[in-house]
Design a protein around this ligand. Structure first.
Ligand code: ADP
Length: 480
């Protein structure tokens, strides 16, 4: 049904209708008067005039009235259209073509409504655009975070994950992570001990921070994982926010610092304590025979040498850190250099009754190298072989040359190094956790410095080793 057919007649038409009804009533009165007059013998002309004049006035009046209420009627109709829903918004109202103040007022009102409507839709469009760009911006920030972040539902399944988390868990894309049970997934990715700890934390509380080891060694990787419950209308109750950060480097640096403090304390205190004890004995006792005195002086000398070596190692590494190591190259007779090195390490090899063998080509090339530094590297490799090989073992020095350069291999039948520790050997302050190594004094700086010296000569040190079998350190130096 057309809604207009239900509409109440407009006020204007009701006024006109009433006017017409009153007019008709008056005409009826006038006609009655005229008929009475005619009946009483009045002239037919005067009777006709009595009827015609009011009738004419009534028609003219109704015509004028219709015209004057037309504007009001049009306004009223349009307002009714809005009420009944024929017009869906005030913007659809039509202006009036008339010069009356009412029409001008109506037109002005429409103009203002239209302007406001335009402003409103502009505002709305602006808000929509802003909302969309704000959403995009948040998404951009979420994905740019270096920390892995994920949102899980009350069942612990991933609802949302950022790029960093996707990369850290080794997934190809966010859709691969979506829906996965995050806590359980972490448990399978970390070491068994960390998995057990994570499981315990998850049972205990909704909110926790835990460090997870990916393997047995720190170098295998360490993750710091946090879970925080999400509260608020925007989240399903029981939802959680997970954050994941790779703290491997930080942990390694911490370990290195602790190792340095431990090494420095050990390497300074032990020789100092010995020096003090032997010096006191020599001062307090006049009756020590010359033979014993000589022995004590030798100990004092070797402890002082140990102290000096540690301080030298520290200085070398601090120079290495600041990039201030200078390499002064001279043409060097490799045969002579190797002979001098062997002479230097011979006492420590003999002290441990180690069998020593050296295999050199008949002719060795001359290299432009920093003789002292390369000799230092070779002494360090051979001393290590002597230090970390049990008495009765053997140490070999093999030298080979080719068109590219020279390879100097130091082999031993010592403790060897585990596959996990092998990549860390040239880190400064790193010493094996093997208890046999820990019993022997050392700074953990020799290999770091040696590797740097080799690098500055355009060469390298390559290490291969097998735990409890032995190790091979190969120093390669290019001919040019
Ligand atoms: P230091 O010998 O003073 O500890 P290095 O930097 O020379 O320091 O060596 C670092 C670590 O590498 C040693 O502490 C030891 O654990 C390991 N290492 C070096 N050489 C050998 C070797 N020949 N056999 C077994 N382990 C070795």
């Amino acid at each position: 049904m057309n809604p207009i057919s239900n509409a109440i007649p407009s006020l204007s038409s009701r006024i006109v209708d009433r006017y017409l009804m009153c007019g008709l009533a008056s005409i009826f009165g006038v006609v009655s008067v005229a008929l009475t007059l005619a009946w009483r013998g009045a002239l037919i002309e005067s009777v006709s005039i009595t009827v015609a004049v009011p009738l004419f006035l009534l028609l003219v009046g109704s015509f004028i009235m219709r015209r004057s209420v037309q504007i009001n009627e049009s306004i009223e109709n349009q307002l009714q259209h809005i009420t009944t829903g024929v017009c869906s918004s005030p913007a659809e109202l039509v202006p009036l073509i008339a010069t009356t103040p009412v029409a001008a007022g109506w037109n002005k009102l429409l103009r203002q409504i239209n302007e406001q409507g335009t402003l409103g839709s502009l505002e709305e469009r602006l808000r929509e655009t802003l909302d969309a760009s704000a959403g995009k911006r948040w998404e951009g920030i979420f994905n740019a975070l270096s920390e892995g972040v994920a949102l899980t539902n009350p069942n612990g399944n991933v609802v949302l994950a950022n790029n960093a988390l996707v990369a850290m868990v080794g997934a190809a894309s966010a859709s691969d992570v979506a829906g996965r049970e995050l806590g359980q997934w972490f448990a399978t990715a970390v070491s068994p001990a960390s998995a057990a700890e994570l499981d315990e934390q998850q049972q205990k509380s909704n909110s926790f921070t835990i460090e997870l080891l990916l393997g047995n060694e720190l170098s295998a990787g360490v993750w710091r994982l946090s879970r925080t419950p999400l509260i608020g209308d925007a989240f399903e109750q029981g939802s959680s926010l997970w954050s994941l950060r790779d703290v491997t480097q930080q942990k390694l640096a911490e370990e290195m610092r602790n190792q340095f403090v431990f090494t420095a304390t050990h390497e300074l205190r032990t020789p100092l304590a010995n020096i003090k004890a032997y010096a006191e004995t020599l001062i307090d006792n006049d009756d020590i025979d010359v033979e014993h005195q000589k022995g004590f002086y030798n100990i004092l000398m070797s402890e002082a040498t140990r102290l000096a070596r540690f301080v030298d190692d520290l200085l070398d590494v601090s120079q290495m850190e600041s990039g201030a190591i200078s390499v002064v190259r001279h043409e060097t007779d490799m045969q002579r250099l190797i002979d001098e090195v062997i002479e230097k390490v011979q006492p420590s090899l003999q002290e441990k009754t180690l069998a020593f063998e050296s295999k050199l080509p008949a002719k060795l090339p001359k290299l432009r190298i920093d003789k002292d530094k390369i000799a230092g590297v070779l002494v360090n490799l051979l001393s290590n072989a002597a230090k970390y090989t049990p008495a009765g073992g053997s140490v070999r020095l093999l030298v080979e040359t080719d068109a590219e350069g020279i390879q100097l291999q130091v082999e031993d039948t010592g403790f060897g190094i585990s596959a996990e520790e092998l990549p860390r050997l040239c880190e400064k302050f790193f010493r094996s956790h093997d208890s046999r190594v820990q019993e022997i004094s050392g700074s953990g700086l020799g290999l770091a410095f040696s590797q740097e010296v080799a690098r500055l000569h355009g060469g390298e040190i390559v290490i291969s080793s097998e735990l409890n079998v032995g190790s091979r350190f190969t120093l390669t130096l290019p001919l040019n």
